[in-house]
Ligand binder design. Structure first.
Ligand code: XMP
Length: 509
């Protein structure tokens, strides 16, 4: 196992991804972790991540200095290297010129972390500080035109420092460098596979749960579906999934979930039809945040009521993923943490006095997909685009009615069908229809029409924090528009949303 100390770099999750791509398990922990705790985890190696701070600033993040006495190999990246240099008696100064972007790395010594890499290679730099004097026992192993100490090592202690970022794709040999560190230096073995994960998780869950019961809110999304199947394998009928039909789902979704989980996987599923309740409460509500609150509150209420009908439940399972955990414990809970919490509609009851089980909490999304496949989920479900908790309610501008939902469902189904047929579904972060209950004039046959407008939203994004509108082919847009206007009664005009996030958001409400 590799331990990554999170000094706040925007790339720290990427470091973890890269380590896991080498089939080595890793964990990210904040700098406040003590050396005793690290010792207890007994990692094979430690990576000190980059970060936005300067080591000479007051309150710059530091990790317990005793980590350097544990005899564990350490790789410091960017700020991580500067921290190591400073902690061990070297010196870090503001660089004369900030170095940002691609640079040519000249390797002096193709051993250790640079083993097998040619003398000149590209690397990605992003720093304002530089190591001006090395601690005793360290030597320079590479430099760039702008940075004397672009890499350093103390081979006797197995300490390495890289001023650049080996984890980003712009450093083409970064993967080899990490590989050298993981296998040659730390002696890791390639044991991290989804098969081994399933085996270990099943044991862990069985041990934790014993003969008690577990409940899970199943939404039909990837995370809750994979959680359900993993738990089902571990504890079978001791797991009860609760699916709440809030009437705000897309076409065919409710039936799909029922068929798949109940009939095919034979999961203990309680299906709650609460369409009318949700719609009644949403009647006349226009404000998007009010809609979210009503839906969130009602979801919890319905869930609790259903859960209370079950005897002897002691655990509540959730499909929390690793990025959520990292963000919530990060020492630098930046704006992203705040923005996301507002999206946590569909969060589950806190006052039910149930113990939490989160079997995916150490996995990244792409690992969850591999796991889902391993557990028998179809490609279609595994690659489903994200769908907001409040569902179609935030895709109908103004108030939600049964008739509007029905129009939006049909338009959305056509859009998705066309996007899939054109092989674009997996390439887009999200693609969906929005209903604008504004009426505009049209002409159909010989008749004047006066009907609603549908908007098409399709975006590319890496993490939903920023997004760009997708450059869909005009011919495809034309086909979607044609089909929606011809096949969906109630819409006579289709528009394409060409706004990016920021300043717009992905959803319209
Ligand atoms: P925005 O619209 O803020 O959305 O750009 C970013 C991502 O979050 C999803 N989203 C939500 N998810 N509850 C959710 O569970 C919500 O209230 C909510 N609002 C937006 C949105 O689909 C996108 O992926």
């Amino acid at each position: 196992m590799i331990l990554i100390i999170d000094f706040g770099s925007q790339y720290n999750q990427l470091i973890a991804r890269r380590v896991r791509e080498h089939r080595v398990y890793c964990r990210i922990e904040p700098p406040r972790i003590s050396s005793a705790e690290i010792k207890a985890l007994s990692p094979d190696g430690i990576i000190l991540s980059g970060g936005p701070a300067s080591i000479y600033e007051e309150n710059s993040p530091r990790v317990d200095i005793e980590i350097f006495d544990l005899g564990i190999p350490i790789l410091g990246i960017c700020y991580g290297m500067q921290y190591m240099a400073d902690a061990l008696g070297g010196e870090v100064k503001r660089a004369k010129k900030r170095e940002y972007g691609l640079a040519e790395l000249r390797i002096k010594d193709a051993t250790g972390i640079f083993y097998g890499i040619e003398e000149k290679t590209k690397c990605w730099m992003s720093h304002g500080d530089t190591v001006s004097s090395l601690p005793r026992g360290f030597k320079v192993t590479a430099s760039t035109a702008g940075t004397g100490v672009a890499a350093t090592e103390n081979p006797a202690k197995r300490f390495y420092g890289l001023q650049f970022h080996p984890e980003v794709a712009h450093t083409p040999k970064g993967k080899t460098m990490l590989k050298n560190f993981l296998f040659a230096t730390c002696g890791c073995r390639k044991t991290w596979t989804m098969k081994s994960f399933i085996k270990e998780s099943i044991q862990e869950v069985r041990c934790l749960v014993g003969d008690k019961k577990v409940i899970l809110g199943l939404s039909g999304g990837v995370d809750s579906s994979v959680t359900a199947l993993l738990l089902h394998r571990a504890i079978g009928k001791q797991l009860t999934c609760i699916f709440i039909d809030n009437g705000l789902l897309r076409q065919g979704e409710t039936e799909q979930v029922k068929l798949l989980f109940k009939k095919y996987f034979k999961v203990n599923l309680r299906f709650v039809s609460a369409r009318r309740k949700f719609l009644n409460l949403l009647k006349g509500v226009v404000d998007p945040e009010k809609k979210r609150k009503i839906i969130g509150r009602t979801f919890i209420e319905v869930f609790e009521k259903e859960a209370r009908k079950l005897q002897g439940v002691e655990f509540l399972a959730q499909g929390t993923l690793y990025p959520d955990i990292i963000e919530s414990m990060s020492a630098f809970g930046g704006p992203s943490a705040v923005i996301k919490s507002h999206h946590n509609v569909g969060g589950l009851p806190k006052n039910m006095k149930l113990k939490l089980i989160e079997p995916l909490k150490h996995l990244f999304k792409d690992e969850v997909r591999v796991l889902g496949k391993e557990l028998g989920l179809s490609e279609g479900l595994i690659w489903r685009q994200p769908f907001p908790g409040p569902g179609l309610a935030v895709r109908i501008i103004s108030d939600v009615t049964q008739a509007r939902l029905s129009i939006l469902r049909k338009a959305d189904a056509i859009l998705i069908e066309e996007i899939k047929e054109n092989g674009l579904y997996k390439k887009l972060w999200q693609s969906f229809a929005v209903l604008l209950p504004l009426k505009s004039v049209g002409i159909m046959g010989d008749k004047r029409t006066y009907e609603y407008i549908a908007a098409i939203r399709a975006v590319t994004s890496a993490d939903a924090m920023t997004a760009d509108w997708a450059r869909l082919p005009h011919s495809l847009l034309g086909r979607i528009s044609n089909r929606i206007i011809n096949e969906v009664r109630g819409v006579n005009r289709v528009v394409y949303d060409i706004s990016s996030k920021p300043p717009s958001t992905i959803e319209w409400e």
